[in-house]
Design a protein around this ligand. Structure first.
Ligand code: FAD
Ligand code: NAG
Ligand code: NAG
Ligand code: NAG
Ligand code: NAG
Ligand code: NAG
Ligand code: NAG
Ligand code: NAG
Length: 574
């Protein structure tokens, strides 16, 4: 908080240095901002980049470095908690940087955050960080923000946990609606969606405020001895981009995706109305929020999710030291067993030398039999296999999920594709996958496979708007690319080229399938078809119904147009 107070002064400095021609507009918009600020109790704040306290120059103006705050940032640069709890903290650097201009960013050296090369004699530039933020406390805050945006042209973005890989929770010159502090949680063993008649079904459910993350809701569910499905990450949010785009869990093979389990949203739509969306009220909006994407149809204030009685399951933790030759034979075994494992309820993550999967359908003995080939392979390669039983999710979460965090504070782009059952059914399909792993190996990457397709879940056709490809998918198969904090523009362009080529290869193996936009190649060309398929046109109509003035817009979200790429942070990379 001390740093935001200090920065209020800096923002006015930046305004004073604007060219004279802009003065009138700025005086006008400053007045509008001031009025808006008053309607929300003075909670609109300027938003400097996360690492500014380490720098002595901000947007070309000298500033006083804050040694103490900088030291804390350096110490926790790769800690998702510090980032998720800060309005300007994003997990992936592409959210913060102006990717098309390597000088327009405010980053430390993630390989060594104490490296003075990054911040001594360097300028902290605003990059793609919003200019202001409002810590949302009530629906009224959001209604006022939409009014302000509509009348004064200020772009809005919604920032919850800051995990989005596609830069959809940040944006230059925007006002960020920061959701993280809406932390209510309620358990209701007999939840009835609002507005439906009394003899309607009752659900065992948890309702959370928009800012609640998985760490918090998993602990809460444990107190009530129930299981809520969620991501393999403590800090991803429950109500934002995760559920609104699909939301996978390692329990999804048996219990469905996040969109299958959500029962109700409370949401302020861009037309300024606070609504309840469920199967009975605003059913079109509810359908759109079940897979049509975050940051598109409104600002969700809370969401309600169906929960299960404590789920008992068996887990397998299999790993072996990797060599230059032992990945491909492992993948061969994995590919040949995938359909059998899918029938047995296994979900989890597989890499080139690890498999951490769980199944709620098997006993420990059945699990050992099921995985015998990989257990033998791991042991023959100097590795180990641990089969355990858990009587609920939380101890597994604490033991495995909290200790396997994906690196943050880096620039990393995903590039995954949903792999349908049919690929595993033919010799050609399995050979194509092996060829893909061979290619991955040749460019120094390792396979990354979330086994999260909802294969055994009894889906009601048409009930959600997430990629139809999910319904045939067994795997999400990952690839991706990273660049270093000080990479040059040619390096960045080359890296994007790599992801494009990899995507083309997996698309070639899976014609007619699609991808999970949260973890897809952000530069996917046929993104409408790949991410939403036949749902796209209907989603656009719903978008126009609730957002007639186009106040919400994000990268390759419903209604986005290619022409917008020219003014985006990615413009020079395309
Ligand atoms: C380390 C890591 C682990 C991950 N693990 C998983 C996983 O196990 N399973 C999985 O399915 N995905 C996973 N993801 C992907 C994750 O689902 C997406 O990054 C998702 O966008 C995160 O949503 P968020 O709301 O937490 O993040 P944010 O970046 O804050 O927001 C993401 C998007 O949602 C919108 N949004 C946020 N809040 C709201 C709201 N209240 N109302 C309307 N729109 C909103 C934003 O505008 C933005 O478009 C992971 C990502 C990372 C970086
Ligand atoms: C909003 O008002 C508060 C209280 O007056 C003030 O501290 C803050 O700086 C204002 N925000 C902006 C962006 O001017
Ligand atoms: C920084 O991380 C340490 C542990 O590494 C933790 O004790 C501390 O609370 C964190 N600080 C912040 C501000 O998150
Ligand atoms: C910063 O600039 C000063 C003066 O030019 C120079 O002496 C110093 O070595 C520079 N430091 C770094 C880390 O670049
Ligand atoms: C938790 O729920 C499970 C499954 O319903 C039940 O078997 C168990 O007895 C419950 N435990 C407690 C402590 O209530
Ligand atoms: C996997 O199946 C293929 C045929 O599709 C076969 O050639 C190969 O030997 C099998 N691999 C293993 C490890 O069983
Ligand atoms: C980028 O930073 C690394 C340290 O992280 C350094 O070794 C390298 O020389 C830097 N590259 C350029 C082009 O400055
Ligand atoms: C991508 O593939 C094209 C066509 O095969 C090739 O010319 C190009 O060099 C590749 N780019 C990268 C970055 O690998």
């Amino acid at each position: 908080m001390a740093s935001s107070l200090k920065l209020a002064g800096l923002a006015s400095l930046a305004v004073l240095s604007c060219p004279v021609a802009g003065t009138k507009t700025h005086a006008h918009s400053n007045h509008a901002l001031k009025t808006f600020n008053e309607t929300v109790g003075g909670r609109v704040q300027p938003l400097p980049p996360f690492s500014l306290p380490c720098f002595s120059n901000y947007n070309g103006q000298p500033v006083v470095r804050d040694d103490a705050v900088c030291t804390a940032i350096q110490a926790n640069y790769s800690d998702p908690w510090l980032r998720t709890n800060s309005p300007n903290g994003y997990m992936n650097n592409q959210a913060e940087m102006w990717a098309s201009d390597p000088s327009d960013q405010c980053l430390l050296d993630d390989s060594d955050p104490a490296d003075p090369l990054a911040y001594v004699n360097a300028t902290c530039q605003q990059g793609n960080v919003p200019s202001h933020y409002l810590e949302v406390q009530s629906p009224k805050d959001v209604i006022e923000a939409f009014r302000f945006s509509r009348h004064h042209g200020k772009r809005l973005v919604i920032k919850n946990s800051g995990h989005d890989y596609l830069t959809r929770s940040s944006g230059r010159d925007s006002l960020s609606l920061w959701m993280r502090n809406l932390r209510s949680m309620h358990y209701n063993p007999a939840f009835v969606p609002h507005g439906c008649n009394e003899d309607a079904d009752k659900y065992n459910a948890i309702t959370v405020g928009a800012g609640v993350n998985f760490d918090e809701v998993y602990a809460f569910a444990q107190q009530y001895n129930v299981t809520i499905l969620g991501g393999y990450s403590p800090t991803v949010g429950v109500s934002g981009g995760w559920v609104q785009n699909g939301g996978h869990s390692i329990l999804s093979p048996v219990y469905g995706l996040g969109v299958d389990r959500v029962l109700e949203f409370k949401v302020v739509t861009p037309d300024g109305v606070y609504r309840t969306a469920n199967e009975f009220q605003n059913a079109d909006l509810f359908w759109a929020l079940r897979g049509g994407g975050g940051g598109t149809f409104g600002v969700v204030l809370e969401s309600t999710h169906r929960v299960e009685p404590a789920v008992r399951f068996v887990s397998a933790n299999i790993k072996f030291p990797s060599t230059s030759t032992n990945m491909l034979p492992f993948m061969d075994i994995v590919i040949n067993n995938t359909l059998k494992w899918a029938r047995e309820g296994w979900g989890g993550h597989i890499t080139g030398n690890t498999l951490v999967n769980i199944s709620p359908l098997l006993s420990a003995d059945e699990a050992k039999t099921s995985l015998a080939d990989v257990i033998a392979y791991a042991e023959a390669n100097g590795g180990s296999a641990i089969i355990e039983e858990f009587t609920s999710w939380y101890p597994f979460y604490e033991k495995y999920v909290t200790t396997s965090s994906v690196a943050v504070g880096v620039t990393r782009f995903p590039g995954s594709r949903l792999i349908p059952r049919s690929v595993f059914e033919t010799i050609e399909g399995r050979a194509d996958l092996m060829a893909f792993f061979t290619l991955i190996q040749s460019i120094g990457q390792t396979p990354y496979i979330p086994v999260v397709g909802p294969v055994l879940y009894k889906y009601t056709e048409g009930s959600t708007s997430a990629a139809p490809a999910w319904r045939d998918a067994v795997w999400e198969l990952g690839s991706g690319a990273s660049w270093s904090w000080n990479s040059t523009l040619p390096t960045r362009i080359q890296k994007i080229g790599t992801i494009q080529n990899m995507t083309a290869v997996i698309e070639g193996i899976t014609p007619g399938s699609g991808a999970y936009s949260n973890e897809a190649n952000p530069f996917t060309i046929n993104w409408r078809e790949a991410w939403w398929g036949d749902n796209y046109e209907k989603l656009v109509r719903i978008k126009h119904r609730y957002d007639p003035h186009g106040l919400l817009s994000c990268w390759k979200c419903i209604g986005w147009e290619e022409s917008q790429a020219a003014t985006s942070s990615f413009a020079a990379l395309l």
